[in-house]
Design a protein around this ligand. Structure first.
Ligand SMILES: Cc1cc2nc3c(=O)[nH]c(=O)nc-3n(C[C@H](O)[C@H](O)[C@H](O)COP(=O)(O)OP(=O)(O)OC[C@H]3O[C@@H](n4cnc5c(N)ncnc54)[C@H](O)[C@@H]3O)c2cc1C
Ligand code: FES
Length: 343
C-alpha cells in the first residue's frame, strides 16, 4: 500500500511505496526536490519530517548528524515512509521536463590538464542529444553496475562533445581506469542528467561562485550559460586548490575577467609549491569569500567540489555571514571514501 506524502509549504502531494525513498517517489511523479549524491553522503536532500514516521537508511554522519535526526530531520534520498508523511523541504522547479536517459558514448578526447586532472570528451550517437541544465551531472554505469558521477563542464548550448573534468583519486575504481587504461574511442555508458545544482535565473542577486579543484567543472558550465544568456548579474568566482596546478584552467578564468563586465576572479591556494612562486591569496577558499564579503545577505552562492569545503562554506556563510539558507546551492563531490563513516 502506497503512502501519501504532503509537502508542507505548497500542499503538493505524491505517493510513495513503503520500500521507495521519498526522493525517488517525488521524482517518479515529477515533483522536484533538492538532491546531489543520492546515497546519503552529501546532505543536499535534507528535509524535516513534520508528521509521520520514516525508516532512515545508513548514511554519512556528516550528511545528517544525530542532533539533526533528533530534531526531526531526514535525508530524503535514503528515507522510506512507514506511513503518511508531511515534510518540509524546499521544492525545485524546472527539472521535471528534462528527460533522464541511458546513453552509450565514445571517448572522443582525453587530455591531461594537470598531473591528476583529465579533460574527458564524450561523443554521443548521431541521433542523440543530451539535454541538461548547466551545473547538472551524469552517472557512468560501470561493468559491475556501480555508478560514478561527473558534472558537465560545458554549457548545454554548445554543439559537440560533452566535456568532463576528472580528478584522479588513487585507488579509485573509475579514476584509476581513466588515468591508467582509458583510450580515445573507448565506449562508455551513462545515465543522466541528474542533480539540482543549476543557476536560479529568476533571481537578480549577484552571484558568488565557489569551487575547489574539479568543482570548477559545473561552475564553468554555469558561467558559460550565464554569458550565453547575456545575464548581467555580477559574478565573483573564487577557485581554490592546494597548489597552482589544481587551478588547471586559470587562463580561462583570467580571460573572463578581461572580457566580461562585472566578473571577478580570486584564485586561492592553501599549500603552494615553492616553484609556484605564488603571490596571490592563500588559505581556504571559502575563507577568502568571507574576508571579501563578510555580509552575504544580498548574494546567491553556488559552491562545488570537496565535501569539506562545501560543508564549511555552508556552515560559515549561513550561520555567521548572513547568507539566507535558501540562497546556498551546492554539489559536493562525495566518493566511496565519504560513505565510510556511516551511522
Ligand atoms: C554529484 C557529484 C558530481 C561529481 N562530479 C565530479 C566531477 O565533475 N569531477 C570529479 O573529478 N569528481 C566528481 N565527483 C566525484 C566522482 O563521482 C567519484 O566519486 C570520484 O571520481 C572517485 O571515483 P573512483 O571510482 O575513482 O573512486 P572510488 O572507487 O569511489 O574511491 C574513492 C576514493 O576512496 C578510496 N576508498 C574507496 N572505498 C574506501 C573505503 N571503504 N575506505 C577507505 N577509502 C576508500 C579509494 O581508494 C579512492 O581514493 C562527483 C561526485 C558527485 C556525488
Ligand atoms: S542526496 Fe541525499 S545525502 Fe546526498
Amino acid at each position: 500500500m502506497a503512502f501519501n506524502v504532503t509537502l508542507r509549504q505548497s500542499g503538493r502531494q505524491f505517493q510513495a511505496e513503503p520500500d521507495e525513498s521519498v526522493l525517488l517517489a517525488a521524482q517518479r511523479q515529477g515533483v522536484g526536490l533538492p538532491y546531489s549524491c543520492k546515497n546519503g553522503a552529501c546532505g543536499s536532500c535534507k528535509g524535516t519530517i513534520v508528521s509521520g514516521e520514516i525508516e532512515q537508511a545508513s548514511h554519512s554522519s556528516s550528511a545528517l548528524s544525530n542532533d539533526e535526526r533528533d530534531r526531526g530531520m531526514a535525508l530524503l534520498c535514503c528515507a522510506t515512509p512507514k506511513g503518511d508523511l508531511v515534510i518540509d523541504v524546499r521544492e525545485v522547479a524546472g527539472i521535471g521536463d528534462i528527460p533522464v536517459k541511458k546513453v552509450p558514448c565514445r571517448v572522443s578526447g582525453l587530455e591531461r590538464k594537470a598531473t591528476d586532472v583529465a579533460e574527458l570528451k564524450l561523443q554521443l550517437p548521431a541521433n542523440e542529444r543530451l539535454q541538461y541544465l548547466a551545473g547538472q551531472y551524469i552517472e557512468f554505469i560501470l561493468k559491475d553496475g556501480k555508478r560514478r558521477s561527473y558534472s558537465m563542464a560545458n554549457a548545454p548550448h554548445h554543439e559537440g562533445p560533452v566535456e568532463l573534468h576528472v580528478r584522479h583519486m588513487p585507488g579509485g575504481t573509475f579514476t584509476d581506469h581513466v588515468f591508467n587504461a582509458m583510450k580515445e574511442r573507448d565506449i562508455l555508458r551513462f545515465e543522466g542528467p541528474f542533480g539540482t545544482f543549476f543557476l536560479r535565473e529568476d533571481s537578480e542577486k549577484p552571484i558568488v561562485l565557489l569551487a575547489s579543484g574539479t568543482g570548477f567543472a559545473p561552475i564553468k558550465a554555469i558561467i558559460e550559460h550565464a554569458l550565453f544568456k547575456g545575464l548581467d548579474r555580477p559574478m565573483k568566482l573564487y577557485w581554490g586548490g592546494r597548489c597552482k596546478q589544481d587551478l588547471y584552467m586559470m587562463e580561462l578564468a583570467e580571460r573572463w575577467v578581461k572580457d566580461v563586465q562585472n566578473f571577478s576572479f580570486v584564485p586561492v591556494l592553501s599549500e603552494p609549491d615553492a616553484d609556484d612562486a605564488w603571490t596571490g591569496r592563500m588559505g581556504f577558499v571559502h575563507r577568502a569569500v568571507i574576508e571579501d564579503l563578510p555580509d552575504l545577505s544580498a548574494y546567491q552562492v553556488y559552491a562545488c567540489g570537496a565535501p569539506v569545503m562545501v560543508e564549511s562554506a555552508h556552515r560559515d556563510f549561513t550561520s555567521y555571514h548572513r547568507l539566507p539558507e535558501g540562497e546556498f546551492y551546492a554539489d559536493s563531490f562525495t566518493s566511496g571514501a565519504d560513505i565510510v563513516n556511516q551511522v
